[in-house]
Design a binder for this molecule. Structure first.
Ligand SMILES: [Zn+2]
Length: 375
């Protein structure tokens, strides 16, 4: 898109200005050209003039579509004209002219060295010299020199700005690339911990805790401590323990325990994955108690299809056959009158869940109590 054709105006569509075509009527077109007063210049069909050269009376008012349209009789009136009209010279010629002008002005100052120190001049002298200068050289070329130097400065700043923007974009690009690489290794909370001095108040996500537990199981306590010593962004062992303690420990099957066991099982060798389910019953003193953490009253039988107060706890455990490990995976409060057959499905469920996480249950052991035999 072309820019505005008025002298000294650099407005373009891309800068958000509205540009107008020249009238097709030869007389009106001539009038616009006169107003623009660029010597030896004629408007072509692609010439445009921007909106700032028209006062508000030149626009149609009260249009329903809110468009800014010129009246048919519109004439541009607002220009920052030069008092002396000149033909436009090539940039090279203009450049030499500017330097010549500058030299002239500085030599002028040398001749009248008093001019460089205004405090030494009397007021009468001052007015005289100014008048002198006014008559000798019109102020327009001087202003033009100023304008040219300022334009040059603006160009310099623009160049600098462009370079800075380019550098900024390069930095942002590099940073996003780097972050993408980091996020492949570390989670968001781990990246945050890297930029911190103190880990106080940092909330580790359950994803990171799981990842850390996996590491902890794989390399053992001393290995994990070594990682922490080398400033790997991981939660402390104490944090891991606390998280394990807060695992939901409701009666029935402990689903969260299976989630954490999965991490451990991943690090086990194939032969270590063989295990057996152990059922053990222990007697409890029969009484009711309020659990403030869950808001429940404990003491009732919890097994399916049973009620009454409990006097036993039945614990389901998984234990390794070729290696030493055991884990409680379910429990229920029972009473001596409990029918053991209802635990049949629980054992099947445990076998299913164990095989889901990669364990192989090969046996079920119990103490052959009456309830256990019924199961
Ligand atoms: Zn313009």
């Amino acid at each position: 898109m072309p820019g505005c054709c008025a002298f000294g105006c650099t407005n373009r569509c891309s800068k958000g200005f509205k540009l107008y075509r020249f009238p097709t009527d030869p007389q009106r077109r001539k009038l616009w050209e006169v107003k623009i007063s660029r010597v030896g210049w004629k408007a072509s069909n692609s010439s445009r003039l921007c909106e700032v050269h028209f006062d508000r009376h030149q626009f149609e008012s009260g249009r329903a579509d809110q468009k800014r349209k010129l009246k048919n009789s519109a004439v541009p009136t607002i220009f920052c004209h030069r008092s002396i009209l000149k033909t436009r010279k090539s940039p090279k010629k203009r450049q030499t002219e500017v330097t010549n002008n500058l030299n002239k002005h500085t030599s002028h100052l040398k001749d009248h060295s008093y001019a460089s120190n205004p405090s030494q001049r009397s007021s009468s002298e001052d007015s005289a010299s100014t008048e002198d200068e006014e008559t000798a050289t019109p102020s327009t070329p001087k202003l033009q020199v100023q304008l040219q130097t300022q334009m040059k400065q603006i160009k310099k700043f623009r160049d600098a700005l462009r370079k800075t923007r380019k550098r900024y974009r390069a930095i942002v690009k590099a940073k996003t690339k780097q972050n993408a690489k980091f996020s492949r290794i570390f989670a968001k909370d781990q990246l945050e911990s890297l930029s911190r001095v103190n880990m106080k108040g940092l909330k580790w996500s359950s994803y990171t805790v799981k990842k850390a537990l996996q590491l902890r199981f794989a390399c053992g306590s001393s290995g994990y401590k070594l990682l922490l010593q080398q400033h790997y962004p991981l939660p402390s062992e104490r944090t891991l323990q606390r998280r394990m303690e807060s695992v939901l420990f409701e009666r029935g099957i402990l689903r969260e325990v299976f989630d954490y066991m999965q991490l451990k099982v991943k690090e086990m060798k194939e032969e270590e994955r063989f295990c057996c389910i152990t059922l053990d019953e222990m007697s409890l003193t029969s009484k009711y108690e309020f659990d403030p953490s869950s808001g429940d009253i404990l003491g009732n039988v919890t097994g399916p299809r049973h009620s009454g107060n409990a006097d036993h706890a039945l614990v389901f455990m998984l234990g390794g056959i070729t290696s030493r490990w055991k884990q409680t995976v379910a429990y229920h409060f029972t009473s001596s009158s409990t029918d053991g057959s209802v635990f049949h499905n629980i054992v099947l469920d445990i076998i299913q869940r164990a095989s889901n996480i990669g364990l192989h249950v090969v046996a079920v052991t119990n103490d052959m109590g009456s309830a256990n035999r019924a199961m």
